[in-house]
Ligand binder design. Sequence first.
Ligand SMILES: Cc1ncc(COP(=O)(O)O)c(C=O)c1O
Length: 433
Amino acid sequence: MRVSIVHPGAGELKYEIRGIVEFAKKLEKTGLPIVWENIGDPVAKGEEVPLWVREMVSKETLDSSESYGYSATKGVDETREYLSAIRTKEVGQELKPENIIFFNGLGDAITKTYTWLNPIARVLGPSPAYPTHSSVEGAHGRSRHLTYDLDSDNGWLPDMEDIRNKVTYNPQIAALLIINPDNPTGAVYPKEILEEFVSIALEFDLFLIADEIYANLAFEKEAFCSLAELSNGIPTIVMRGLSKEVPWPGSRCGWLEFYNIDADPDFRAYVKSIEEAKMTEVCSTTLPQTVLPKILGDSRYPDHLERRRKLYAERAETVQKILGNCAALRVVKPKGAFYQTVAFSEDFVKQPFVLPAANPEAQHLLDTELAAIEPGNFDKRFCYMLLAATGICTVPLTSGFNSHIPGFRITLLENNPQIFEKTLNSIVSVVTR
Ligand SMILES: Cc1ncc(COP(=O)(O)O)c(C=O)c1O
């Protein structure tokens, strides 16, 4: 090409959660049944969307043509007014309807958040990290995403000293990112931790980003505190969406809430650029927005969420029971969302690990994949071997979640208890061979 057409940050874009699927599909063709433990989609794992929700969506599409049209650029007015009222009450500081913008899924919102940030301004995020944040932020800054450690010996809570040091010695850090409840660790951050984030932001003149897509899936409802409850006076972006809690990931409906926009003229200009960018796209999908207040405001919704919270908490107990005593693995019981991070013990990663594939054709495919994975990438090699041997499709922590702690992530989404226990027992037998 006359000029290089590759974006300088393109090398940072990685989404192993789906990357491993290509290999799994090839293995499936060899006759190996796949247990999909890689994707956080409750619907794909067989969870029924309640009939009353489906009836509401269906009614919306039948009763009028409104949801077939474009909506306002920032989102359907009535829906933003609805969210403004409930969120203002919940967090105790004003969220005006004009400070809410809808996107085509929170993934889209995350991309816009980083894309419209000055490339020299960096966001410090957690490690392990949900890869859309780490990849897109890295691509925006044209180098590796800067991370702070989540401490596996302390319930995967953020290492606040590490954050303070990174902020002190990296003057390009303009914001702190929190994912709460967290993907992949399932940690739910106590108020005191959030207060520390607020105090660091205040001290170093930073803004805050909180991805709260799992807000209503903290197993103990009261344990969750929205960052907006504590960040009064500090420019803050809260990220929310319908994918996980309805669940309705196919709706592609997520939104950004902007708090304290006027606290800083630079933040105001940045928010304005996100709004202008949205305008060039006209609007986001209308249907989920029009039906959102009806679903979230329905008297059956709180019970629906409670039932799901209980279900995931019970499955987290099952994981603890089966994997918890395994010397090769370190599991911290999650407190929210629907994932389980499984880290390897230090001894386990020191041993050579080889696992034969389930059949000769699968072995051939595995050998080809392994030849392309660096010998030192222990957990990726483990996940590919596990997949080829047992059909269990997990996501490695280091390459999948930008982590320096090796391990893998499974979900708490398997609806069939026998299959779930069988999966966990297969993992135990593989690591105790
Ligand atoms: C922490 C987190 N944020 C955002 C998203 C993206 O959600 P959406 O389906 O709305 O794009 C996910 C999806 O897994 C997630 O885990």
